[in-house]
Design a protein around this ligand. Structure first.
Ligand SMILES: Nc1ncnc2c1ncn2[C@@H]1O[C@H](COP(=O)(O)OP(=O)(O)OP(=O)(O)O)[C@@H](O)[C@H]1O
Ligand SMILES: [Mg+2]
Length: 357
């Protein structure tokens, strides 16, 4: 199990939306941590299982108040709230001013998240998906990243946004991995790009973006393709009614979850499987996928066979909650996690597993 950081370079490409969708569809217990230093949005976009908006003072803010005494992984649950549909969240700070309360504590927060993910106690263990907001050079979240197993950079598909994410991925690769390919192949966090694109042209764009990421020596690649679906995004944010489970957004998010578990099968393996989470190198016998030193990154974005073209990526997730009648404000997609990621496996031999860095 792992800490998965979700972030953007600039703009608002849909980090929160992506993090919420992935966490809601995650195949194991997941904790969504809204650690965007600029402030969170979940209190405005969701309701708890009691039908009320989340309490903004219980979450990262209450954690920050205790952080000076140290952050203990098991105690993270004391600050979590359960949303309607079952997703557990640590709601974010109200604004960037409150981030001062966490000054110097971001590394400890990352360590606590990683410890929670790797806890040997099943009653507390959970994957942590962290909405990190924008990772510009001054973001304090950089201190948390070494504790993550996977860093997902979310981007839209315009040329300028692609250029920005390429540069950010390269900078992060250099900062986190030293930019040396041999060790970087095994170094954590693995950096992947989640492309939010028009489903009609998503695969073509993903292939082009992937080629550019590789040619630029960013140490990253496209690991997921999320549908650009304004209606689905509005539904997920509780601002619009409709069958969220049928939306392109949710269908594509489900495929992204499956693809992530294929690409990062070593990093995201369940606890007790022998995989190691945020460790720099796999111990003998661990299920970290082989990544030969100096091996080139995979050539080209390789969608798995059957990667569904429009009108939808994949099938609607079973059990993904539709809004209860009469609850238009309900964040309808926060459905119970399904049993296991499904969908066609990532194409063998594409070198993705463990080779994204
Ligand atoms: N996959 C998507 N398709 C279409 N629109 C989307 C998608 N994801 C998000 N959006 C829309 O983009 C806007 C920003 O979304 P979101 O808040 O998730 O972005 P963000 O990157 O977290 O932004 P911020 O930096 O402000 O926190 C919202 O209006 C949302 O509805
Ligand atoms: Mg956000």
């Amino acid at each position: 199990m792992a800490l998965i950081a979700v972030a953007a370079d600039k703009g608002a490409p849909g980090v929160t939306t992506t993090a919420v969708a992935l966490a809601a569809l995650w195949p194991r217990r997941a904790l969504l941590a809204e650690i965007d230093p600029a402030g969170g949005d979940l209190v405005y976009r969701s309701v708890t299982e009691n039908g009320r908006p989340p309490d903004p003072t219980t979450g990262i803010l209450s954690l920050a108040a205790t952080a000076r005494r140290g952050v203990v992984a098991e105690q993270l649950w004391d600050h979590a709230q359960r949303l309607s549909g079952g997703l557990d969240v640590l709601v974010g700070l109200a604004n960037s001013d409150q981030a001062a309360g966490l000054t110097g504590q971001w590394g400890a927060l990352g360590r606590a998240f990683a410890e929670l993910a790797q806890s040997p106690h099943p009653e507390v263990a959970a994957d942590v998906l962290a909405d990190c907001g924008r990772l510009d050079a001054g973001s304090p979240v950089h201190a948390l990243l070494p504790h993550a197993s996977v860093l997902l950079l979310v981007t839209r598909s315009s040329p300028e946004q692609i250029a920005h994410v390429r540069d950010r991925a390269a900078a992060l690769h250099n900062k986190l991995h030293g930019g040396q390919r041999g060790t970087a192949q095994l170094a954590l966090p693995q950096i992947g790009v989640v492309l939010v694109a028009d489903p009609q042209r998503g695969e073509r764009v993903a292939t082009q973006v992937n080629e550019m990421l590789i040619a630029s020596g960013t140490g990253s690649r496209v690991v997921g393709l999320l549908a650009e679906d304004p209606v689905g995004a509005e539904q997920l944010a509780g601002r619009r009614r409709g069958r969220l489970d049928r939306s392109l957004l949710v269908r594509s998010a489900r495929r992204v979850v499956a693809d992530l578990h294929q690409v990062y099968r070593g990093e995201l393996a369940p606890s007790g499987s022998g995989a190691t989470g945020a460790q720099p190198a796999p111990p003998p016998g661990a299920q970290r996928p082989p990544a030969p030193q100096g091996a080139p990154p995979p050539a080209g974005y390789a969608p798995p066979p059957g990667y569904a073209p429009p009108p939808g990526y994949g099938q609607p997730p079973p059990g993904y909650g539709a809004p209860p009648p009469g609850q238009g404000q309900q964040p309808a997609g926060y459905g119970p996690p399904h049993a296991a990621p499904q969908g066609p496996p990532w194409r063998p031999g594409d070198g993705a597993a463990g080779g994204a860095g």
